[in-house]
Design a protein around this ligand. Structure first.
Ligand code: ADP
Ligand code: MG
Length: 708
């Protein structure tokens, strides 16, 4: 406790007196107005400014003599202002021309429609210009960036004795009212005044191991680098630091969870044999491995915290059932939580099928399901062994007698909160999270960094992989013939139109029109639209009719729920496939290929952009969800893939999860090793202080609840 108090005290002192933490207004050149504008860039303190990294750099170390500049190139020239002229041009526009001479030649710097710049230039000034070389009647440098040399700004234009304007200069992200030159000057000032206060938080042994540039040097070099090589080293150091802090928080949180005492189930051969007898198939090798992991977790007194990752149809539900039954065999209850009612009901039906000859009591808990009151009572009395439901399972009136295991079928739709909410229902139940969308390794390390991971990377046998074909408009006729053949064989077809989220009316129209079109082509079959405007009861009725083969072609504008299992549907037509993201396409395709028949996915698409084209190429090339996820991440970046907030993705300022994956792996190794040897961080007070004062959006704090 004294440690914690000391640290809190220290933090208070720090935040008041530490120049790094003062409001930006303490820096010269920042008034209230500017401070507000800087706030829009997320800049509030000198520390924030020091960690505000340039988005790019310009190498101005090469100054070209004016006589040598080449038309069409980008160049930096240095010279003296000879003349300043402001001319009107056609259409009430203005042209500012500043004539600059460097004794080898003369060039005109030109700006259109920025008359106010004229006041900035005076004859005789020395100026540095950087821009594209054009030529009209004479040599021009068009709309250049400019810096004055030694013009009452001498003090702010030097870093390490070199004039910043002529070295490699940073290009920052800007906002209206904050210019590049201003921000550079400000960064320079912050560097001069505040860098000495920056404290190393990376333990020296790790700095040596990873050959990291010292922090103070790295911060200087990342703004005004001596060379591009040194900029890259500086950046690497800052990226490592950010990832290391993040992984420290993860490691600490995991360490805390691991110290909790949970249930130690006993899963002997007897239980094992009994559970296996319920499966009408042999488990795949990948399922066996996952079950092995889960058994070890469940038998240990530490609470299980495991992520079960596997493509749609890989057989996760069977694995989850094994775990649930193992808990039940130990006299505990299990809960299975699905993201939607339809999926909860399907899980419920699946379990009932598996358990038809077992004496295990299963009940469904969704919004207003009948018999809810009786079920709740039975649950509280321990007369129900497995509760299946939606998030309704975490509502206040749900009580378990003895909850031992929680399975969350996550599909990316749950927040961490709900997971925690359900965990609180038991003492320390084991938790198994299932995700159907394969998550790239980089993201599973960060998103689920504190979970253990089992991967099912093998499909059950006897299911030929889906064949995917990108169909051009000219071959529409052929495609319809193909559909007709499959329909006559008794197979069913999904047709998917892009969802129009902004407008339910348009959404409705495209579903209805699509359905009408298909009905026209296939008058002998029953076609029905499924769209966002339908009530959930209607959606359900349609899904039931489809499952029971009363509907042959389902034309849908809602994402057919992940996990919907209709093995007889072997064809999927995706209209305007270019409008879907890769992950979505993959999920859609996962609806077919669930039986022994060959399944086919037909894409109708006219991609306008190169990116859309690439997406479709990747998609037709592979069925492997992990490859698709990696490609998706590369094409779109993590922020778009998962909303950052909802999924607990850290708000990383410097690191890029795709580019910096190798560093992430290192940082993770280092952090986990450190926590293993010294979870109290006694020897690393600066690191500890930083994690507690967390700049990691609360992540550090969460993790550190266990420290001190
Ligand atoms: P997931 O939950 O990963 O999407 P499921 O558990 O729903 O996958 O399994 C998909 C289908 O494969 C189900 O119909 C299930 O009965 C079947 N299945 C699961 N495991 C096997 C196996 N080892 N051998 C044959 N079929 C299996
Ligand atoms: Mg499933």
């Amino acid at each position: 406790m004294p440690i914690r108090l000391a640290i809190r005290l220290r933090r208070t002192i720090e935040s008041r007196d530490n120049p790094l933490q003062k409001p930006l207004q303490y820096l010269k050149g920042v008034g209230p107005k500017r401070a507000e504008l800087l706030g829009r860039l997320g800049l509030f303190t000198p520390q924030g400014l020091l960690y505000f990294l340039p988005r790019d750099y310009q190498d101005r170390s090469q100054i070209t003599p004016i006589k040598d500049v080449k038309f069409g190139s980008t160049a930096t020239v240095k010279g003296t202002v000879l003349d300043v002229g402001l001319k009107p041009t056609r259409g009430r526009r203005t042209l500012l021309e500043v004539l600059v001479d460097d004794r080898t030649g003369t060039i005109a710097a030109t700006w259109f429609n920025q008359p106010f710049l004229a006041e900035k230039f005076r004859k005789g000034q020395e100026v540095l210009l950087h821009g594209k070389i054009g030529s009209y009647k004479y040599l021009q440098i068009v709309n250049p960036e400019f810096e004055f040399i030694d013009e009452g700004r001498g003090d702010s234009s030097k870093a390490d004795g070199r004039p910043y304007a002529s070295g490699i200069v940073p290009i920052y992200p800007l906002t209206e009212g904050i210019g590049q030159g201003y921000l550079r000057g400000l960064a320079m000032r912050a560097l001069e005044e505040c860098v000495p206060y920056l404290e190393e938080i990376i333990p020296p042994s790790l700095q040596r191991l990873r050959r990291l540039m010292p922090l103070q040097e790295a911060v200087k070099e990342v703004h005004f680098p001596a060379s591009m090589e040194s900029m890259r080293r500086a950046r690497k150091r800052l990226v490592y630091e950010e990832l290391f802090l993040f992984q420290m928080a993860v490691a600490l949180r995991r360490n805390r969870v691991r110290q909790e005492k949970g249930y130690a189930f006993s899963i002997g051969p007897n239980v094992d044999v009994h559970v296996r007898r319920l499966f009408p198939f042999r488990l795949t090798g990948a399922q066996e491995r996952a079950i092995g992991d889960i058994r070890r977790d469940m038998e240990s007194p530490r609470p299980m915290n495991r992520l079960l990752q596997g493509d749609v149809g890989s057989g996760k539900t069977a694995v989850a059932l094994y775990a649930m039954l193992a808990a039940v065999a130990n006299g505990f209850q299990s809960a299975l939580m699905a993201p939607t009612e339809i999926l909860a009901e399907q899980h419920y039906r699946t379990l009932e099928r598996y358990l038809a000859h077992a004496r295990v009591r299963v009940a469904l808990f969704v919004g207003g399901s009948p018999g809810r009151k009786e079920n709740l009572e039975a649950l509280a009395k321990g007369e129900i062994d497995i509760a299946v439901g939606t998030h309704a399972l975490v509502s206040r009136d749900v009580h378990f007698k003895k909850l031992g295991l929680v399975v969350v079928d996550e599909q990316h739709k749950f927040g961490v909160l709900q997971r925690v909410g359900l965990r609180l229902k038991g003492q320390r139940p084991d938790v198994l999270v299932m995700t159907a969308t394969p998550i790239p390794r980089s993201l599973s390390l960060t998103l689920f960094g504190d979970l253990d991971v089992s991967i099912i990377d093998e499909m059950p046998p006897g299911r030929p992989p889906v064949k995917t074909l990108w169909v051009s408009r000219e071959r529409l006729q052929e495609a319809h013939e193909f559909l007709r053949c499959r329909l006559r064989e008794g197979r069913q077809v999904f047709v998917v139109y892009p969802i129009i989220e902004e407008s339910e009316r348009l959404d409705l129209r495209s579903a209805k029109e699509g359905a009408r079109l298909f009905q026209k082509y296939f008058p002998e079959f029953r076609v029905e639209p499924l769209h966002g405007r339908l009530s959930s009861a209607e959606k359900e009725r349609i899904m039931r009719d489809f499952r029971e083969r009363r509907i042959h072609i389902l034309v849908s504008t809602v994402v057919i729920e992940v996990g919907i299992d209709v093995p007889n549907a072997t064809v999927m037509v995706i209209e305007h496939a270019e409008r879907f993201g890769l992950a979505q396409l993959h999920q859609l395709r996962g609806r077919i290929g669930r039986g022994a028949e060959q399944s086919n996915c037909l894409l109708f698409a006219e991609p306008a952009s190169l990116e859309a084209k690439k997406r479709l190429e990747v998609f037709t090339r592979t069925n492997d969800g992990f490859i698709i996820a990696e490609e998706d991440l590369k094409l779109r970046g993590p922020g778009e893939l998962f909303g950052t907030r909802q999924h607990g993705l850290p708000d990383l300022k410097v690191a890029d999860l795709v580019r910096d994956l190798p560093l992430l792996v290192q940082a993770r190794e280092d952090a986990f090793r450190l926590v293993e040897t010294d979870a109290t961080l006694k020897k690393f007070p600066t690191l500890k202080g930083r994690l507690q004062g967390s700049s990691l959006g609360g992540l550090g704090r969460q993790g550190l609840a266990s420290v001190g």
